[in-house]
Design a protein around this ligand. Sequence first.
Ligand code: SAM
Length: 281
Amino acid sequence: MTSPLLGPVDIRALAAELGVRPTKTLGQNFLHDANTIRRIVRSAELTPGERVLEIGPGLGSLTLGLLEAGHPVTAVEIDPVLAQALPRTVDARLPGAPLTTVGADALRLLELPEPAPTALVANLPYNVAVPVVLHLLATFPSLRSGLVMVQSEVADRLVAPPGSRTYGVPSVKAAWFAAATRAGAVGRAVFWPAPNVDSALVRLVRHEPPTTAATRQQVFAVVDAAFAQRRKTLRSALAGWAGSPAAAEELLRGAGIDPQARGETLGVADYARLAGVAVNR
Ligand code: SAM
């Protein structure tokens, strides 16, 4: 039997047939390498028959890989031409495969058709990758794990531990929801058109957020304030958030954090504790 996956010739033919000219704005770089697609599906470590949420199915490269491996897919695509064509592409190559297509902007998604997907697997549009991951983890508690392809530098930020050079707001916020690890690099030649950045896979496994009296929004507000001036001491960087440098120092001491420390040395549990002290003051 021939493979249902889309190779370089299929991708170009399909794009031509649909009149699709890939845009940078929507991060449209389509996968045309069966080995990479199967590697992504394997790296996702899905349970048999697990339903997957795919963001940005594009021409259907990864969608077909997931369906081929026996996973029902809920696919969310912002481009109406691509969203409309996807069921036809799948029907032609894997007739009757369990696909649900939603034409929508992933950043505005507030509900999904039942049954709820429990894993996120996506080759994400690079310019909105972090907001999309954070929005989905916040909005859909059914998602227990994820495997996302992002720009290599973004992967570094998502998985960075406190104190490392690439640690920042995305690292702390992702750590609120999940443990993030790098799951390998992906070259440029497996895409059409080839992007001008390298890519990497990030695996996410949801965990309980840190215990705190503060809400997630309150914790994230402290994180944003601390990293807005990341070279400053927390006493100074958090002055605006706390009301004054002295108030910031008092809250930091209350949470057992050195006021002279910098935001990049704190883990998500420290931020959660600090926000909790501020709520109870
Ligand atoms: N999954 C396909 C593949 O691997 O070949 C395409 C991946 S391409 C990097 C990103 C896809 O996300 C494009 O199809 C693009 O139209 C879509 N997209 C961009 N922004 C989006 C958004 N905010 N919500 C949903 N889809 C989006």
